[in-house]
Design a protein. Structure first.
Length: 332
């Protein structure tokens, strides 16, 4: 049976599949948990980033937690490299840290802050600052790393973060999420504030992918582990509608074989009652987590959907999702 991990904005949730329902166990209540990452070498090891409390680590699937003592308190992004097990954490203000001992100690990759665009990084709701919104280590190359700054651009390193290329051509500057294809080296995907983009040259350059979509404020991205030409995003009409308390005007879209985006419905509420902040394709299944705590699942690449029945603790929101059954990575 499958297991999911979720960050709810308040705390952490472990969801274990039990027949036709999912058993929910909550932890870190009141912590402001907003991002998470799973160690693909040990799927009981999960890291959670807190809005004001740094990073916590669990080695028993989320039942007990340890403070990793990140040097900055506001953790906005996390990743564990499938290539070498390094743990990365991004913060506000924008700083990037790496740990090679599962969060016991951290070193700052401070050359990120030496990029020419750095003086212009600014997050519109808090224009005096910015943050590392997403970290994407390549599963095929331990030295290859993509980092998204909100708002500042999509940065790339090919030497493990020792040096950086500034915002990559064709990519969205308002980066919200990034993904690599687990089996096809060099294929990467982006959802950003102005649309979506993809790369086939390991993030060196990017091509826009917006045809067929009437909503261009993209938030979450995930890719079918079996097909690099099948990927998904969630999108709204703009930040106010996406993150406000009214109608989010949001949809989930699928793109296949380079064709225009197709909006997905097939049992999903129309309109969606809350923004789909988290999409996850894993093990032949597609999950969508909404800002109101609802979780939806598709087993046919988004053609039809069912609401997941949750038993136990209630989710106030789903900001991030990770699976205990991660896709197999083939190293190139």
């Amino acid at each position: 049976m499958a297991r999911l991990y979720a960050a709810t904005g308040d705390g952490f949730a472990r969801l274990d599949e039990a027949g036709e329902a999912w058993t929910v166990e909550l932890a870190l209540s009141g912590s402001g948990a907003q991002c998470l990452a799973v160690d693909s070498a040990d799927l009981d090891t999960v890291f959670v980033g807190l809005r004001e409390g740094g990073v916590r680590r669990s080695v028993d699937g989320g039942r007990t937690w340890f403070d990793c003592k990140l040097p900055e308190p506001a953790a906005f992004s996390l990743a564990v490299s499938a290539a070498d097990g390094a743990v990365y954490a991004g913060t506000e203000p924008s700083r990037l840290f790496r740990s090679d001992d599962r969060g016991e100690s951290w070193s700052e990759l401070d050359s990120l802050l030496e990029l020419p665009s750095r003086p212009h990084w600014s997050f519109p709701p808090r224009p005096w600052t910015s943050h590392v919104r997403w970290i994407a280590p390549s599963p095929h190359d331990a030295d290859l790393l993509l980092v998204g700054i909100e708002l500042g651009g999509l940065m790339r390193s090919s030497d493990g973060g020792q040096s950086w290329q500034d915002h990559r051509p064709g990519a969205q500057r308002d980066v919200h999420s990034l993904a690599w294809h687990p089996r096809t080296p060099g294929h990467a995907y982006e959802a950003g504030g102005g649309g979506a983009a993809f790369s086939t040259d390991a993030g060196e350059s990017w091509q826009p992918a917006d045809e067929g979509r009437d909503r261009h404020y993209a938030w979450s991205v995930t890719v079918d582990p079996d097909d690099p030409d099948c990927w998904y995003i969630s999108a709204s009409t703009g930040p106010r509608t996406a993150h406000g308390r009214g109608d989010p005007q949001a949809r989930i879209y699928r793109r296949r074989d380079g064709e225009p985006w197709q909006p997905l419905a097939g049992g999903l509420p129309e309109p969606l009652p809350a923004m789909p902040y988290a999409l996850l394709a894993s093990d032949g299944r597609l999950f969508a987590g909404l800002a109101n705590g609802e979780l939806w699942e598709s087993r046919d690449r988004g053609d039809s959907w069912t609401a997941m029945r949750l038993e136990g603790g209630a989710l106030i929101a789903v900001l991030a999702l990770a699976s205990e059954r991660l896709p197999v990575v083939l190293h190139g």
